[in-house]
Design a protein around this ligand. Structure first.
Ligand code: NAD
Length: 498
């Protein structure tokens, strides 16, 4: 049985709490380890280590930090498979999908390597006689990263890589459900040469989150997870005078216009709805078909493709998707399918009761792909995030009607439109009330040099994740005005140009 403790001040440290929680192998449906749940003292030790490291780290040059980041990048590239295996065994996403996640995390590290350029300030000479003005981006201090189970490497890299390269030190609290990869990342950073304390990993639950969001030495909190906790973390961090960016849940709609190429569209939809067993915040969970004929053609094509999906244990390279993360989550997703059925939606393909042929995986948390037609905006199963391999279909008559669905939904993370009509695509992308939009792209996750963030109840923040938004979030601006000329006379009016 594996044990996952904390990584504080450059080394593994046992928890002082005595509390721990089971970690599972979702393919087998068995407990595979125990993760420590930090006490307040554990969190305080991590923050103290980060604060001590910050006193030196803040003064290292951005170039020196970027060079270490480059070494870290090389390690990540070399050990992609090792990390992916750790993710896949605890999360349940397929090994190839996990490797894809690591590659998307690496993008954030690549972006961070550009720190000397990204942190360049602004300079204006001669704003007045012999007077110059310049602005600099300064680090904040210790920042906290609180991350979800579904991307145990990619999402944290948005925070850890960018915060540290900006000169901050980080205390990272990963999800309790897949702690192996985060601890490995901490090891890699030490191996790359980062000073101890620049990154600390504390495993834990609400106790750790509550401590991080109130601790005086934490200056900013980055959170990604479900909406109720995002809102809680955002409010609590603000109440304790911290910056906070808190990304929440989603319900992502794909609008399918009558002129869309059905073959391409349903291929895109299949991967976006069922990939990673639907446990992606940018998964497509609702297909909005404009016209009954469009809906019928989409369903006919999709049904054939769904029947050919391969669902298997997560280490099978040929599997399209694996199990859900925990039994509890499997039961939650099943309860939403039950709900949709009771609400009067049509269950075209029912994944409940799905089992793998191999008895070894009889207890795995598997769910078959589920396709639900005739869903309406009034249904509770539509209003809430399901986070499983389920796709709901809504039929509408016009683009305007289609656009109202994502625009009026509580969540506004991602959406996409599939069409051959540029004017329709533009009208949609320009007007839909959602933060990230794809045009003939099903999962429009921005590259690391752009910024990630939803709207409405999908994000509570002033700055998005990564890209220049990330740099702004993790730095504060100082502006210096200097004059190298003696003998000024006293001025009593507000200084103006002279
Ligand atoms: P979660 O909200 O359960 O957990 C996220 C983090 O919050 C974890 O570290 C967890 O330990 C902590 N946490 C959980 N309950 C808490 C509580 N009561 N008090 C304080 N902290 C608590 O989310 P999850 O199930 O790990 O992840 C899935 C969710 O994350 C989905 O809703 C998904 O849409 C969302 N997500 C959003 C994005 C995005 O960028 N918008 C990206 C990935 C995942």
């Amino acid at each position: 049985m594996q044990k996952f403790e904390h990584f504080i001040d450059g080394a593994y440290v046992d928890s002082t709490s005595g509390n721990s929680q089971a970690v599972f192998n979702p393919s087998l449906g068995v407990e595979s380890g125990q993760v420590a749940l930090a006490s307040i003292a554990d969190v305080d030790a991590a923050v103290a280590s980060a604060e001590a490291a910050f006193q030196t780290w803040r003064h290292t040059s951005p170039l020196a930090r970027a060079r270490l980041m480059n070494k870290f990048l090389a390690i990540l590239n070399e050990r992609k498979r090792e990390l992916a295996t750790l993710i896949s065994e605890q999360h349940g996403k397929t090994i190839l999908d996990a490797e894809g996640e690591v590659i998307r995390g690496i993008e954030a590290v690549e972006f961070a390597c550009a720190a000397p350029h990204l942190l360049k300030g602004e300079f204006s000479d001669n704003v007045s006689t012999a007077m110059d003005m310049y602005s600099m981006r300064k680090p904040l201090g210790v920042t906290a990263a609180i991350t979800p189970f579904n991307f145990p490497v990619m999402v944290p890299m948005w925070m850890v890589a960018i915060s540290t390269v900006c000169g901050n030190c980080v205390v990272w609290k990963p999800s309790e459900r897949d702690p192996a990869a985060p601890l490995k990342i901490a090891e890699y950073m030490i191996e790359a040469g980062f000073p101890k304390g620049v990154l600390n990993v504390v495993n834990g639950d609400k106790v750790a989150v509550d401590r991080l969001t109130e601790h005086d030495d934490i200056k900013a909190v980055s959170f990604v997870g479900s909406t109720p906790i995002a809102k809680y973390v955002y409010d609590r961090s603000h109440a304790h005078n911290k910056r906070c960016q808190a990304m929440g849940g989603a319900k992502n709609h794909m609008i399918i216009m009558p002129d869309a190429n059905i073959e391409n569209t349903t291929n895109a939809l299949l991967g976006a709805a069922y990939g990673s067993a639907g446990e992606r915040c940018m998964a497509i969970s609702v297909a909005v078909c404009v016209g009954d004929d469009t809906a019928d053609r989409v369903i006919a094509a999709l049904t054939l493709k769904i029947k050919n999906l391969t669902i298997n244990h997560s280490m099978d390279e040929k599997a399209d998707y694996g199990p859900l993360v925990t039994k509890q989550h499997l039961e939650k997703v099943i309860s939403y399918i039950d709900m949709a059925e009771k609400e009067g939606a049509t269950l075209l393909i029912d994944g409940r009761g799905f089992k793998l042929d191999d008895d070894k995986y009889a207890n795995g948390y598997f769910l078959g792909p589920t396709l639900i037609d005739n869903v309406t905006a009034e249904m509770q199963s539509y209003k809430e995030e399901i986070f499983g391999p389920t796709l709901q279909i809504i039929r509408v008559d016009t683009l305007e009607e289609a656009m109202r669905l994502p625009s009026e939904h509580e969540f506004g993370n991602g959406t996409s439109i599939f069409t051959e009509n540029g004017a329709a695509a533009r009208q949609f992308s320009d007007n839909v009330e959602v933060g990230m939009v794809g045009i003939n792209v099903p999962i429009p996750v921005p590259m690391a040099f752009h910024s990630f963030g939803g709207w409405k109840n999908s994000a509570f923040n002033e700055h998005n994740q990564h890209g220049m938004e990330g740099i702004r979030f993790y730095t504060k601006v100082k502006t210096v005005t200097s004059r190298w000329r003696g003998g000024e006379s006293a001025e009593f009016t507000i200084p103006t140009l002279s």
